[in-house]
Design a protein around this ligand. Structure first.
Ligand code: PMM
Length: 299
């Protein structure tokens, strides 16, 4: 089991797997597109997620669902910055979900404390510089290409080995450009250039990330591999918003595998799940300690 390295610059140590609540300020995200386009609604939703147990809130202004077209930088800035500003002013720990350096930079200036780049610095050549200069935690997710092409890029011989190795290579690249190792968070990128089988294989082997020694973020929430798993008798995938119980189950399992945080749309159930896992972990550790004590008494 991974012992998560939880000390990321500028972030609290939650003492358990964290919960990152999602606020997509987009018209077209696959499960919540259009719900939070209005900045006031988005801010209220982010605050609500914290009330439900989120440790931080991930604000994104561009959908990355398979096939999605890119928005312009101006539009992304217009969506993201007021929401980051409002949430940060309310005391919320904010992460910005963007592939654009200018958006990341503006969001950090507005109070964001994490840059969550699904391309891990590959989509925009200036991103790594912004990550290095701001010094905030930086998510390096496994990514092979933009949403319009990613389904065609899901070709692997050994998905776990290749995904970990590709992220490792990207970590070396971002560190060579000045990002410090303690800033880095890794993420398998479930659903990004992955088949359903690939997603399950990656989830089954979260321990494979231990070797890299960076905190692990797991973002399974409402993704299509869960929809397919829970398909009805006619084979119709379960609708996205009815995948939250399955998402919470993944949250408990990811926490047990030592994940640093899970990224979810519906926070309450995952917040409970990670607390259950933390209690089990503490009981197990306590038990271990007691066993040791008994052993000493016997001697
Ligand atoms: N997935 C989505 C968006 N952002 N960020 C990280 N770090 N990892 C992910 O897997 C990830 C992400 C797509 O889901 P959404 O459209 O529901 O936000």
């Amino acid at each position: 089991m991974q012992t998560p390295h939880r000390h990321l610059p500028g972030l609290a140590d939650w003492g358990r797997c964290g919960v990152m609540g999602i606020v997509n300020v987009t018209p077209d995200s696959f499960s919540d597109g259009g719900l939070w386009l209005d900045p006031d609604k988005a801010i209220a939703h982010g605050i609500d997620l914290v009330g439900q147990g989120a440790d931080l809130v991930d604000v994104g202004g561009e959908s990355t669902r398979p096939g999605a077209k890119r928005v312009t930088e101006e539009e992304e800035l217009r969506r993201v910055v007021p929401v980051v500003t409002g949430l940060a002013a309310a005391g919320v720990t904010v992460s910005v979900d963007t592939m654009r350096a200018a958006v990341a930079e503006a969001a950090v200036a507005a109070g964001a404390r994490v840059i969550n780049d699904v391309s891990g610095g590959r989509a925009d050549a200036n991103m790594v510089k912004v990550a290095a200069e701001t010094g905030v935690p930086f998510v390096v997710m496994h990514w092979r290409g933009q949403s319009t092409e990613m389904d065609a890029l899901a070709r692997y011989e050994d998905v776990v080995r290749e995904v970990v190795a590709e992220v490792e290579g990207q970590i070396e690249a971002v560190m060579a450009a000045g990002v410090r190792p303690e800033q880095l968070i890794v993420d398998p990128g479930l659903g990004f250039a992955k088949t359903r089988e690939d997603d399950w294989a990656l989830l089954a082997r979260l321990d494979a990330w231990n070797r890299l020694g960076h905190p692990l973020l797991v973002a399974a929430s409402r993704k299509r591999f869960l929809g397919t798993l829970l398909a009805d008798a006619a084979g119709e995938p379960r609708p996205a918003r009815e995948r939250d119980a399955a998402t919470a189950a993944v949250s408990a399992l990811a926490a047990a595998a030592g994940a640093w945080a899970v990224r979810v749309h519906e926070v309450a159930a995952s917040a409970d799940a990670v607390r259950v896992e933390a209690a089990l972990r503490a009981a197990r550790d306590g038990q271990d300690g007691q066993d040791g004590q008994e052993g000493r008494d016997e001697r």
